[in-house]
Write a protein that binds this ligand. Structure first.
Ligand code: SF4
Length: 325
């Protein structure tokens, strides 16, 4: 929190109105699973096409965001993962290492716990649901085994859950109680939203997200959820924000992805081309058809931060949440 406030203060002093908060770093598009919520471009890639370590670190330096989310693909398949984590920590950035957990043992053999590192394990429900979403029996049990092992070794471990149309919210409550019971440090819950390109019926339209997230808002009073209370109110339809697509810039093996983590509008070779080439004014307004049902945390958690100064009451809500969380 203090690093994020410092970053905002430095940007405010420089007169920057647009700047990144979290770098979404995808060093590879190779995965050992093909989950229903994931697009094939993120799991079909060849390992030999991965981003070299130096390119990953150049992205961290050029973007400058205080938080780096290492995702993919499956980061534990990336051969240089422990070197990447160590080099990002040496740059005094914070890391969310997003993983399905299956190969976490590989990382645990080479890595070490650090206060700037959070292991973020994907869990979309209890055993039957998670194994159905990941399309493989045994994934839930292995992920839970690795969460327990991570806690035993002294890592900060959180989880990441996507809510789909079929998601049973009673089961999500059961999952929150279970995960908290095994010592998980925080639970991130985000909506799987519907956009034109998707053929599947698992994804939610905006009104469906609102209904599901009214329940998530209730759960946030009982469990350690990582989503901010203001984002959860937004997802529940109780407040509105413009998008902040530049808040979570995405670096992939194909280049910088614009306009946002979700939409494959174009890939840019350099940070400069990306930062000056995307029409932020257009995407911020959410007028594009692809944005109509989007309530993704990657687009709107930065909006919460960006608009905090507008309301002392919101500032107080966030200050309270920070101290409790
Ligand atoms: S509203 Fe969603 S899909 Fe549209 S630019 Fe923002 S994050 Fe991307």
């Amino acid at each position: 929190m203090t690093d994020m406030i410092g970053w905002q203060f430095r940007n405010w002093r420089r007169g920057n109105t647009r700047y990144p908060y979290v770098l979404m770093l995808e060093p590879l598009h190779t995965c050992n699973l093909a989950c229903i919520g994931c697009s094939p471009e993120r799991y079909n890639g060849d390992l030999k096409d991965r981003l070299p370590l130096q390119d990953c670190l150049q992205a961290v330096d050029e973007c400058g965001a205080p938080v780096v989310s290492i995702c993919g693909g499956e980061p534990t398949i990336y051969p240089e993962l422990s070197e990447l984590v160590d080099a990002i920590i040496a740059r005094k950035r914070h890391i969310y290492l997003c993983t399905n957990g299956l190969l976490l043992e590989r990382y645990f053999k080479k890595g070490r716990p650090h206060k700037r590192l959070s292991i973020n394990v994907h869990i979309d429900g209890m055993r039957a649901t998670h194994d159905m979403v990941t399309d493989r029996a045994g994934v839930f049990d292995k992920a839970i085994e690795m969460i327990k092992e991570g806690k035993r070794l002294g890592y900060h471990v959180c989880t990441n859950t996507t809510i789909y149309r079929e998601t049973n919210m009673d089961e999500i409550e059961e999952m929150c109680g279970f995960l908290q019971g095994i010592g998980v440090d925080g639970i991130l819950i985000s909506p799987g939203y519907h956009y034109e390109k998707l053929k599947e019926n698992h994804f939610l339209f905006k009104n469906e997200v609102h209904e599901k997230f009214k329940r998530v808002l209730e759960l946030s009073k009982k469990y350690r959820l990582y989503s901010t209370p203001l984002f959860l109110q937004f997802a529940a339809g109780q407040r509105d924000y413009p998008c902040t697509p530049w808040g979570n810039p995405t670096r992939t093996p194909k280049g910088w992805k614009g306009p946002c983590y979700l939409i494959e509008g174009g890939y840019y070779k350099t940070w400069q081309e990306f930062w000056t080439g995307v029409d932020w004014d257009y995407w911020e307004k959410r007028v594009d058809a692809k944005c109509q049902d989007c309530l993704m945390h990657s687009g709107f958690e930065p909006s919460v931060v960006r608009h905090l100064g507008a309301s002392p009451r919101d500032l107080l809500t966030m200050a309270k949440w920070n101290f409790v969380a």
